[in-house]
Design a protein around this ligand. Sequence first.
Ligand SMILES: [Zn+2]
Ligand SMILES: [Zn+2]
Length: 427
Amino acid sequence: MSEKKETVIRIHGAGLQIGREAITVSSEGTTILLDYGVLMTDRKPEFPEKVVPSTINAVFLSHAHLDHSGGLPLLYLRGGPPVYTTTLTARISELLIEDMLNISRYYIPYEELELKEMLDKVNPVTFNQKVHVRNLELETLNAGHIPGSLMAKVRTKAGNVLFTGDFNTTDTRLLEGARPDVSDVDALIMESTYASTDHPERNALEREFVAKVKEVVEGGGTALVPAFAVGRSQEIISVLRAQNYEGPIYLDGMAREATKIMAGFPKYIKNYDEFRKVAKSVKIVKGIREREKVLKNPGVVVSPAGMLRGGAVMYYLENIVKDHKNGIFLVSFQIPGTPGRVLLDTGKIPLNGKLVDVGDMTHFFDFSAHSGRKELIDFVKMLNGGAKVILIHGEPSTTLAFRDTLLDMGIDAVAANNGDSFVLSRR
Ligand SMILES: [Zn+2]
Ligand SMILES: [Zn+2]
């Protein structure tokens, strides 16, 4: 009689929530940790369920966003396992985690030292690479989410597990969409951020966005684009130039450093020569004095934070709300409870303790870096019959409704909660 092989998948974070993603895949005494993020709200940062570093044989880090990377240094208080990720992800994670350590009003249970220790343990990988972690094989695949982002396929004797991280199957200006081979996948751990939303057609969205921006700038105003430092800011400046906006673009806040780092990694940018040109055409704002000057000339300002929770964008916001020839362009999903969401829902923005009415200045464009509902369904349809779909990384109502959709399609789907385990077995 042959021995039964088992692989256990455990969800330590990002179950029915967006944030603090962490999953382990264990088989035959070997464990790989997939991401270890943080959940940042206005309250205390929350980390995933505890894992014992000595029980982890390797870490796979999908991409740099803090909801995937921000808890990792916790594993490096004393030694710690090797980390497989791209060099670009390591560089950007360092930037984002250092920023979190610097600005957090709350206690973070690790320091710069643990971050450095973690970065020292990075074994750089790129797309389509296979590495062996004892008896398991880890294959890296393009995720199409932000520059340097990866998916992982873990091959075990009891079956193959595909972990999507955050992913986008649609091509954008900056990135090629994810196109992994899913024919040999037995369990799919998939994000579901946009499982209830269909994204608009990209080209039409770009044209509409740039037309509105031009209207504001030609009317003598400033078009302020609050955008995430990593990924979205670079996509927005690329879209503006690709759609023939020739006026000034100013880049401020952490987007400056992130853009500089990305420009050093040609293989993670779809059209690198084009991106170099775009990045060169953009003016970097160097300090407060220059910010004053920027506002004297019509143009576009791209600056974090994307949901108006602080950052360089606040300086511009406070100034441009005084004149309604200016415009505020929200270009990403706004999490409930953030000032950006308040603005989107009410047309008013909380500024210095007062609610300022800027409804007629506010525009929303859904430039997502995640697959939308249709793309997620198309992706799941490519799986072999019998494959299990484990949904994570979504608002509860979204993920639960999407699970029901998949069940109706005859797919073995679950909406995983934190602490849930799933077993693959094969004789
Ligand atoms: Zn992400
Ligand atoms: Zn994420």
